[in-house]
Design a protein around this ligand. Structure first.
Ligand code: OGA
Ligand code: MN
Length: 292
């Protein structure tokens, strides 16, 4: 059986839609393996019209590997620790005020990032199910950091591509959230979210392709003067998010979008969040080990 694959970024090995799949049924191993290889090769895979509940999402996601459990308790207790809910809707089923801690935390997703790069072992694959989506805005944008690495011409200040390989960066979610919403973490949360070290260049173990690994959590380059390291991170970020490398996913209800965090960065665009509900359930496949 061959998957029914439609390219979403013609001419690139990036972003495809797979049709004629029903994830509420259990998939046989051959089809699952083809989907897994598609996620590795194309980095973003869209499957529309998937009416699945949390149990079904978890059991499909677990076939990729062990799932992450939420590190921060900002949403209080949740039913399935493997499900990370990003939403503007509160526990009382009403739209949250914009200054609510949880609404603020999720607004951090509007900066380009790679999921869990602030954890010692960052995520491999994220699987996001659009349970309720706004009529406009709230797109998720993906930038292919493999193409960005391949084509990077070197920095305006003279840093060459070959110098990137050995660089190590410090990533911190306290830093990235401060950029958008200030200091939102409790003292208890802060204990579990210490800064971590990550390689600046990541090589995908399945495809062998190299990719840039910066994003909002990436704070500075170890051993570099702070302003120089912020300048290079900014320059790499603007290069890797050039429109040529970006697929913007316009959500329809019940879309399922999977991405490989080793090959893309992503961000969630704003929408009129006091008027329209947006409820997204994410499962996250844990990484294999540290990047340095
Ligand atoms: C995420 C994320 C963006 C969005 O779930 O990891 O960054 O558009 N989401 O909701
Ligand atoms: Mn994310």
């Amino acid at each position: 059986m061959e998957l029914d694959i439609k390219p979403l970024m013609p001419g690139m090995d990036f972003a495809v839609e797979i049709k004629n799949i029903d994830l509420s049924q259990s998939l046989d191993n051959v089809i699952f393996e083809e989907i897994r290889q598609a996620v590795f090769s194309y980095a973003v895979v869209v499957i529309r019209g998937q009416s699945i509940n949390d149990e079904q999402q978890i059991s499909f996601s677990e076939r990729f590997g062990e799932l992450e459990k939420s590190l921060v308790k900002i949403d209080g207790e949740i039913k399935f620790p493997q499900i990370y809910i990003t939403t503007n809707v509160g526990k009382d089923d009403k739209i949250l005020p914009r200054d609510h801690a949880s609404a603020k935390y999720h607004r951090g997703n509007s900066l380009w990032h790679s999921d869990s790069s602030f954890k010692p072992i960052p995520a491999n694959i994220s699987i996001l199910s659009g349970r309720e989506v706004p009529p406009f805005g709230g797109e998720t944008e993906f930038a292919d950091v493999r193409y960005a690495y391949d084509s990077w011409p070197g920095s305006i200040s003279g840093v060459e591509k070959c110098e990137l390989d050995d660089l190590i960066c410090e990533h911190s979610i306290t830093f990235s959230r401060q950029l958008v919403v200030g200091d939102i973490f409790s003292e208890e949360d802060k204990k579990s979210i210490k800064p971590v070290r990550q390689a600046l260049i990541r090589k995908h173990p399945e495809t062998g392709r190299k990719a840039l690994y910066v994003g909002s959590h990436c704070h500075f380059i170890e051993g570099w003067e702070y302003p120089r390291s912020r300048a290079l991170i900014a320059e790499l970020t603007s290069w890797m998010t050039r429109p040529e490398f970006v697929y913007a996913h316009k959500w329809r209800p019940l879309d399922l979008v999977m991405w490989d965090n080793r090959s893309v960065v992503h961000r969630g665009n704003p929408w009129p969040d006091e008027d329209y509900r947006r409820v997204m359930h994410r499962t996250t496949v844990a990484g294999d080990g540290p990047t340095v």
